[in-house]
Design a protein around this ligand. Sequence first.
Ligand code: AMP
Ligand code: MG
Length: 279
Amino acid sequence: MSSPITSAVRFRPGDTVAGLDLTATPGFEGSKTDAAEVQATRSARLAELQEMLYAGWKAGGDHRNVLLVLQGMDASGKGGIVKHVVGAVNPMGVRYTAFGKPTEEELAHHYLWRIRRALPPAGHIGVFDRSHYEDVLVVRVNNLVPQEVWEKRYDEINAFERELVDGGTTLVKVALFISAEEQKKQLLERLDDPTKHWKYNPGDVDERLKWPAYQQAYQAVLDRTSTDYAPWHVVPANRRWYSRLAVTELLIEALEGLDLSYPPADFDIEAERRRLLDS
Ligand code: AMP
Ligand code: MG
């Protein structure tokens, strides 16, 4: 059964990033305590569905897969989604990739080169912690390539994603949005806690100073790359317990849409039972 959260966070033409209530919990009326209970039940459901996806490939030859695309400013909770939401499933069936600043080698190729190499195998859930969208976000905001180059990328990304969907991939695109204030609070916590220094990057402050340009770039991503075959989901992320539950629900919905079942045995069960008992 799908949750009201999934339709509540689905991007609709005309939705604006500027108009978002970032402490809201669309589609969920409970408290943080209620959410913890729901989260436990739904994480278990997610794990079960993922096992069926994996089994369907491993023993049933089902080549479909799922790709979770996570985008969001620094400290928007991408890492927490990976740890807590994706962390609830069997790592055997997960292919996780974080996309940072491109290497020399990556820069020598088309921007989708490194993305294609990281696509999940059949039966797996792929997780992109940042993605090809950085090539129209950080790249656009910082003029890393001329406008005539990044302008073409929106259509190119749509065509690329069409190809993925036609090949049997279900895309779950999530944009996590926190307020500038919340980001400041989160980044300060990283500075104040020696066990979080590894997450802090002085460059984050430089990007933070370009907040309005990022808002604009995110709006363009939503307006131009939310398609019927690969829609965006806009998730308010000031409350982490909500954004985690929302992504859990989106993954469950995607997997339930595949109508999965455990593959039947391709051997004679009774004959095997006899052989085993006699052994
Ligand atoms: P983090 O996700 O915090 O480890 O940071 C990764 C950094 O790499 C972010 O500042 C991204 O904006 C940056 N990054 C990711 N993809 C690209 C790209 N295609 N071009 C330039 N910078 C990128
Ligand atoms: Mg960071």
